[in-house]
Design a protein around this ligand. Sequence first.
Ligand SMILES: [Zn+2]
Length: 237
Amino acid sequence: MIRQKDNIEFKVISRQLAVKDEDSTSFTVTVRKTLQKYNLPSAYELINNTPSKEQWKAMVKEATNKYYKNNITEELKRKSTLKHLSVQENPLDEPHAIYKYVGSNPHEAEKAAIKARLLTGTYTLQANRHKYNQHEVDATCEMCKHEAEDREHFILHCTTLSEAREKHLPKLLELVPEITGRKEDLLQLILDSTHENLLYLEESCRKSKLVPKIEQISRNLLYELHINRTQTLARKK
Ligand SMILES: [Zn+2]
């Protein structure tokens, strides 16, 4: 509409933009607030310097992606179970690394779903069950009985599941040898190798296209841990 400056609607709208106050609920105020929310140029600037349709599309896309990236990132900082989860640059257009390299194979998608649950803290381990039912449920790992079964114990330490780890972890360490001995970073790499906590691996892993391989190995590792855990616990019952 603002590209047709002789148009009567254009004249009405630009007048409204000039006179209405913030609390009004008219269309123009909604427009103004939306532009502000996504940090886009004001309606005045757009009228005086109207972008082409293509430019405008690109501006909106960039602005909304930035808005959601910032908001999601803030939200994640407040939740400790989500501390390993990264937000990609364009969350509205680009799938998360977990799903990005899965392809169309349904079995790979199933593995990715297990990984996503572990990454977001929605995979139920003994420590999660204990948290919600402290009097009746003990957090101790029901397989090895060594310590509380939290995410780190399940992925890195549980001795009952060491076979799956011995099969997959060496492949990961071969790709990213810098991570050896850094327990917290190894956990991060397995859960989400694109997280900003691992920026120091930028050269070796993010830029050199290792992410799809890392994702595949960690997807296989977590899935096998999950299957072994499920089978072990079923046998105990
Ligand atoms: Zn255990």
